[in-house]
Design a protein around this ligand. Structure first.
Ligand SMILES: *[C@@H]1O[C@H](CO)[C@@H](O)[C@H](O)[C@H]1NC(C)=O
Ligand SMILES: *[C@@H]1O[C@H](CO)[C@@H](O)[C@H](O)[C@H]1NC(C)=O
Ligand SMILES: *[C@@H]1O[C@H](CO)[C@@H](O)[C@H](O)[C@H]1NC(C)=O
Length: 498
C-alpha cells in the first residue's frame, strides 16, 4: 500500500527535479549576468582593451529589394539589412559560471555601437534603420543586423535611356570615429549579399561590389575609412521597346503612307495632320515616362524628336505637293529650274516615267540643248514675225484680203477685220469673203484648241512635278526613319534586357 504521504513526497521530488532542469534556471542566471554586465557598463566607452588600438568592425549588407529608382529626384530607394560585427571586451563572461548562458540579446541603446551611417542618405530621419537587438556572445562578439529602407542619393545619368545602366553608390562610414579608432572591414570579398534579392520588374541587378576606402586628408594625420557598395543595375527595356518604340515607328510609317496617297483624294493633308496629332498625344504620354531631367537628353527623347520633326515636315511638304498639284497654266508659269529639277533630273534619278515620255540622261541633255536652240531661234524669229505681221496687216488693209497672208496672221488679225455688210453684199467677191470668214473661224478654233492643249500640258507638268516631290519625300523620309531607328538601336549599349 502506498500511503498518502509517500505520494506527496514523490510529487514534491518530481517538482524539485523539474525545477532543477537547466533551462528553467537560466532566467535567474541571465538576470544575474545582465546585472553583472550592464551595471558597470558605460555606453559611451569605446570597447577596446588597448586605447591606442582601433576597434575592428566587420561590415556588410544584404540587398533585399530595389524599391524605386527616382530619376527626377536622383534617388534610389532600397530595402537593405546591414550587418555590423565587433568585439566588446566588456561583454565577456564564462558561460559555465552562468549556467551555460552562451549569448544574450540586448537592445542597442544599452550598449556601445559603432555610429556607422550612410553618408549619401536622403532620408528624412537620415538613418533609416530599425534598431534591432544586438546578439552578444560569451566571448564578447556582438552582431547587430539593423534592417532598413534606405533612401540614397544617386547620380542617375539618363543619356542612354531606356538602354541605360546605373551605378548607385552607398557610402558607409563612422560619422565621428576616424580610422585609428574604428576600423571598418568588409565582411565579404564579394561585396553585398544578394542571395535574398527579390527581382525588380524595371531593373536588372548586375552586381553589388563593395570596396573599402582609406583616405588621409592633408589637414589631419588620421585616416578616414569608409566602405562603399555600388549597386549596378540595368534597365529592362522590353517595356519601353513594346510600349514606346514600336508604336512610334508605326505612327511614323503612317506618315510615310501619306506620301503615297493621290492628291486628288483630298485626304492627303487630313492624314498628315491626324498623324501629327496622334504623335503629339502619344509623345505627351511618353513625356511622363521619360525622366524629367534636363541635364542630358535621353536617347529615346532624341529619337522621338527626330520622328516628330519628320512627321511635321511631311505635313509641310504635303502642302507643297498639293500646291503644285493644283497649279494651273493661267496663274502659274513653271520656272525653268522646276522644269529641270522636277521634270527631268529627279524623275531620272528616281526612275519615274510618264506615259509617252521617256526620261533618260540622253533625253534630258537633248532637251536642254533643244531649249538653247529654241531660245536662239525665238529671238531671231520674233523679229521676223513682227516684221511679217506688220507686213500682213498692211497688206490686209490695202488689198482687202489675201489667202497666203491670212494663214500667217494670227487670231488677232481676224478680230481686227470684222466683215461688213457692204463687203458681203458685193457679188463678185461674196464666196471669197465666206471662205475667208470660215478660214478665220477655223483659225480661231485651232488656236483655241492649241492653247487648251498647251494649258493641259502645263497642268500635267505641275501634276507630274507634285508626284515627283511626293515620291522624293517618300524615299527620303523612309530612309530617314530607317536610319534614325537603326542609329538609335545601334548606338544603344545593349538592346533587349528582359
Ligand atoms: C597598446 O597597443 C600599442 C600599439 O599596438 C602597444 O605599443 C602598447 O604596448 C599596447 N599597450 C598595452 C597596455 O598593451
Ligand atoms: C570558467 O569557469 C570554470 C569554473 O568556474 C573554470 O574552470 C574555467 O577555466 C573558466 N573558463 C575560462 C575560459 O575562464
Ligand atoms: C566567439 O565565439 C563564437 C562561437 O561561440 C565564435 O564563432 C567567434 O569566432 C568567437 N569570437 C571571438 C572573437 O573569439
Amino acid at each position: 500500500m502506498v500511503s498518502c504521504e509517500q505520494v506527496l513526497a514523490l510529487l514534491a521530488k518530481a517538482f524539485v527535479l523539474i525545477t532543477m532542469l537547466p533551462g528553467s534556471e537560466q532566467g535567474a542566471h541571465e538576470k544575474r549576468l545582465l546585472k553583472n554586465l550592464l551595471d558597470e557598463y558605460n555606453i559611451l566607452e569605446r570597447p577596446v582593451a588597448n586605447e591606442s588600438e582601433p576597434l575592428e568592425v566587420k561590415f556588410g549588407l544584404t540587398l533585399q529589394q530595389i524599391i524605386d529608382v527616382d530619376e527626377k529626384n536622383q534617388l534610389l530607394i532600397t530595402n537593405i539589412w546591414l550587418s555590423l560585427e565587433w568585439n566588446d571586451y566588456n561583454l565577456r563572461w564564462n558561460e559555465s559560471e552562468y549556467g551555460g548562458v552562451k549569448d544574450l540579446r540586448i537592445t542597442p541603446n544599452k550598449l556601445w555601437k559603432p555610429d556607422v551611417l550612410m553618408y549619401n542618405s536622403a532620408d528624412e530621419g537620415f538613418d533609416g534603420t530599425f534598431q534591432t537587438n544586438v546578439v552578444v556572445k560569451h566571448n564578447g562578439s556582438c552582431l547587430y543586423v539593423p534592417p532598413g529602407i534606405f533612401k540614397s542619393t544617386c547620380k542617375i545619368d539618363i543619356t542612354w535611356f531606356p538602354f541605360d545602366d546605373q551605378h548607385c553608390d552607398m557610402k558607409f562610414g563612422s560619422w565621428t570615429y576616424d580610422g585609428n579608432q574604428l576600423d571598418l572591414v568588409l565582411n565579404s570579398e564579394n561585396g553585398g549579399d544578394l542571395s535574398d534579392f527579390i527581382t525588380n520588374g524595371e531593373w536588372y541587378l548586375i552586381g553589388m561590389p563593395g570596396k573599402k576606402n582609406t583616405i588621409v586628408y592633408q589637414c589631419c594625420p588620421e585616416p578616414y575609412v569608409d566602405v562603399t557598395f555600388t549597386i549596378q543595375i540595368r534597365r529592362r527595356t522590353l517595356y519601353y521597346f513594346f510600349n514606346l518604340i514600336v508604336p512610334c515607328v508605326l505612327i511614323s510609317s503612317m506618315a510615310l503612307l501619306g506620301f503615297t496617297l493621290p492628291p486628288d483624294s483630298g485626304e492627303k493633308l487630313t492624314l498628315g495632320v491626324t498623324i501629327l496629332l496622334s504623335l503629339t498625344v502619344f509623345l505627351n504620354l511618353v513625356a511622363e515616362t521619360l525622366p524629367q531631367v534636363s541635364d542630358a537628353i535621353p536617347l529615346l527623347g532624341t529619337y522621338f524628336n527626330c520622328i516628330m520633326f519628320m512627321v511635321a515636315s511631311s505635313v509641310v511638304l504635303t502642302v507643297v505637293v498639293l500646291n503644285y498639284h493644283h497649279r494651273t497654266a493661267d496663274i502659274h508659269e513653271m520656272p525653268q529650274w522646276i522644269k529641270t529639277v522636277f521634270l527631268q533630273w529627279l524623275p531620272w534619278i528616281l526612275g519615274m516615267g510618264r506615259p509617252g515620255k521617256k526620261i533618260t540622261r540622253k533625253t534630258i541633255l537633248m532637251n536642254s540643248r533643244m531649249k538653247e536652240l529654241e531660245l536662239k531661234e525665238r529671238s531671231s524669229k520674233s523679229l521676223l514675225a513682227n516684221v511679217l505681221d506688220i507686213d500682213d496687216d498692211f497688206r490686209n488693209v490695202s488689198a482687202g484680203g489675201n489667202n497666203a497672208s491670212m494663214t500667217t496672221s494670227l487670231g488677232g488679225g481676224f478680230m481686227r477685220h470684222p466683215t461688213t455688210i457692204e463687203e458681203a453684199a458685193m457679188p463678185s467677191s461674196g464666196t471669197q469673203r465666206d471662205l475667208q470668214h470660215i478660214l478665220r473661224e477655223l483659225q480661231f478654233i485651232t488656236n483655241h484648241m492649241k492653247k487648251a492643249d498647251e494649258e493641259a500640258e502645263v497642268i500635267s507638268d505641275w501634276k507630274f512635278a507634285a508626284m515627283v516631290v511626293d515620291r522624293f519625300c517618300l524615299i527620303i523620309f523612309t530612309m530617314f526613319t530607317i536610319i534614325a531607328t537603326v542609329a538609335v538601336l545601334l548606338s544603344a549599349p545593349h538592346i533587349i534586357v528582359q
